[in-house]
Design a protein around this ligand. Structure first.
Ligand code: GLP
Length: 254
């Protein structure tokens, strides 16, 4: 089911039955956006998120859409990464994106933000500028409403930087690590300003744990307390969520 929300009806919200349906829908919408962009431009810049939510979506890209998009013309830019974790660590987002997306789709050009953490942070924004900006970002959402590692209270004007992870983020990401002591406490992330400059922002959310953050992101006032709410001010947003992540009653009352 599709809804148009936001002050300027600028957010297309798709509510799907479950995680599988959400992943299928998001994959279909994403490849349409990529293919449309590739009709206008020689290369499309795509910023995928890591984390648990997009895992099935990336699998579907390989299963169904390997030839639908000319992936050799897709340039991948990583959104965020842990600092203090080697790129070859199985829990790094670099490892995840390489294994789930870049390799299976034979993507030829990818920039990994973690490589810029040591004294070259601003170079990452320069790369994005030199590529003409980011065409499409695929976001997950943190339980605290973060985008990438833009934690609550992040500046709207922020660019790529190293940040301390919020306690909730450390706690939520602990499920991927063997014990609390090994969970990274710092990250490098694209900034909110750069997110707002992207051509299109697509956000996916699944499960009841994401319901409070998604509800606030879509329906509460825009606030630095909940970074994802900034997307209400972006002109081109698609949100694909499963029923567990959406407050259907509130949505219908709007
Ligand atoms: C993580 C990452 C984000 C991700 C979000 C949701 O901490 N920093 O890039 O989108 O939180 O992750 P998940 O899909 O695993 O819930």
């Amino acid at each position: 089911m599709k809804y148009l929300i936001g002050k300027k009806q600028n957010i297309e919200l798709f509510v799907e039955k479950n995680y599988e349906a959400m992943s299928q829908k998001a994959a279909a919408l994403l490849v349409d956006s990529l293919a449309n962009k590739l009709q206008e431009k020689q290369f499309v810049t795509f910023m995928p998120s890591a984390g648990g939510t997009p895992e099935r979506l990336y699998q579907i890209l390989g299963e169904k859409y390997k030839t639908f998009v000319d992936w050799s013309r897709v340039i991948v830019l990583q959104m965020d990464e842990y600092v203090d974790l080697p790129a070859f660590d199985k829990n790094s987002y670099t490892w995840f994106l390489h294994k789930k997306l870049v390799k299976p789709l034979s993507i030829q050009k990818a920039f990994f933000i973690g490589e810029y953490a040591q004294g070259r942070v601003q170079q990452y924004d320069e790369i994005i500028r030199n590529l003409g900006g980011i065409d499409i970002i695929l976001h997950g959402i943190g339980e605290n409403g973060h985008l990438g590692f833009n934690e609550p209270e992040s500046d709207y004007d922020s660019t790529t930087r190293i940040v301390a992870l919020a306690p909730e983020t450390i706690h939520a990401n602990a499920r991927f690590f063997s014990n609390m002591e090994t969970v990274p406490t710092r990250g490098i992330t694209l900034g909110l300003r750069t997110i707002m400059q992207a051509g299109e922002n697509i956000l996916i959310a699944s499960g009841v744990k994401k319901l409070p953050a998604l509800t606030r992101a879509l329906f509460a006032s825009v606030s630095v307390n909940l970074p994802a709410s900034i997307l209400q001010n972006h002109p081109h947003v698609k949100v694909i969520a499963d029923e567990d992540a959406v407050d259907i009653k509130l949505l219908k009352a709007k």
